[in-house]
Design a protein around this ligand. Structure first.
Ligand code: SER
Length: 331
């Protein structure tokens, strides 16, 4: 399934269930001094979750441009990115855990056709409702539902303060061959990449104050996010996000310019992947009005741009020519 088709199926699925599609907001958040850049689809929903503004519909869906630096050092592996598109459905005080879980399951297994035995959920260890729902309604054996702590199954807030809550994540099992073989290997495993997180269902119930106090939000909300690149990796049956139709043309273009080939040398592949991710990220950041500079989001852009350039030098013609002539590249 092409990525354009995945976007269409996702939006149609939630539109059929009464969700209004809203456009992606800018990567530069409006009216939110707590964050530099848009990192999640829920950010434009925050005034609705807080009860400050009335949403155009209590059920919303979007495909949000997101940029995160938290995983920047891992970009170049199979699944981490700085810029990505997040497919999301949101409930503003309307449906809650049961519908969010059931619809996610239906979309993944029936519309996308992922075999159910490939999917593994996790829940917050104190969330008895979500655990029982996965077990009794969806029919996942209890021993295959991971019950994890705050570090895995609590999401938010985006900045120091804001909406947050426990979550339930859905992982795709990439197969035993990619596992670490430990008896406790499962979703959230720290030792291998067998389980790929594809969808996060957040049960937005709290607001975190500046002093750390959690107070209940006026109503219970749903915020889900599924990375388009990761679900494309699963549905296109490829080994990394970089081999999906979203990335391969960019990699091939970068490889052409550098005069190298993808999939011949793992070090070159890593650099090509970094260039592809960072190139896409800086393009969208500049498109949303961010320019390189020394402060704030401008500095983030500058750093990302410089990282891409550094990788270009590692594999590009300048470096190869100077290496061949015995000179050191000073560029
Ligand atoms: N806010 C959650 C996330 O970004 C789900 O959308 O993962």
């Amino acid at each position: 399934m092409k990525s354009s088709e995945i976007r269409r199926v996702f939006i149609e699925f939630f539109a059929e269930r009464g969700h209004l599609q809203v456009p992606s907001s800018s990567l530069v958040p409006h009216n939110d001094p707590t964050v530099l850049l848009t990192t999640a689809g829920m950010q434009q929903m925050t005034p609705y979750f807080l009860g400050l503004e009335r949403p155009p519909s209590p059920r919303l869906t979007s495909i949000q441009k997101c940029f995160r630096t938290v995983d920047i050092d891992e970009v170049g592996d199979e699944e981490h990115l700085t810029f990505f598109e997040m497919l999301g459905n949101f409930s503003v005080g309307d449906y809650f855990k049961a519908e969010a879980i059931s619809w996610a399951w239906e979309l993944l297994t029936e519309r996308f056709g992922i075999p159910r035995e490939r999917l593994r959920p996790s829940v917050h260890r104190d969330d008895d409702f979500a655990f029982a729902y996965w077990r009794d309604v969806i029919g996942i054996p209890a021993e295959l539902i991971a019950r994890l702590g705050d570090e895995h199954n609590w999401w938010g807030p985006v900045g120091e303060t804001g909406p947050n809550g426990p979550d339930s994540e859905i992982f795709y099992d990439r197969g035993e061959a990619l596992g670490c073989g430990r008896p406790d290997c499962g979703p959230g495993c720290d030792y291998c990449h067998r389980f790929l997180e594809i969808w996060n269902l957040v049960f937005m119930e709290f607001f975190k104050e500046a002093d750390g106090t959690q107070r209940p939000l006026p109503r219970k909300n749903i915020d889900t996010g599924m990375g388009l690149e990761r679900i494309a990796m699963v549905l296109q049956g490829v080994g990394s996000v970089f081999e999906t139709d979203l990335y391969l043309p960019i990699l091939e273009c970068a490889a052409d310019i550098a005069g190298v080939r993808y999939r011949e040398d793992p070090r070159v592949d890593r650099s090509l992947r970094v260039i592809a991710d960072h190139g896409r990220a800086v393009t969208f950041l500049i498109g949303d009005g961010v320019f390189p500079g020394n402060e704030g989001r401008s500095y983030v852009l500058r750093r990302v741009l410089r990282r891409a350039v550094r990788h270009g030098r590692l594999i590009g013609p300048v470096n190869r020519l100077t290496a061949a002539s015995g000179m050191t590249s000073t560029t």
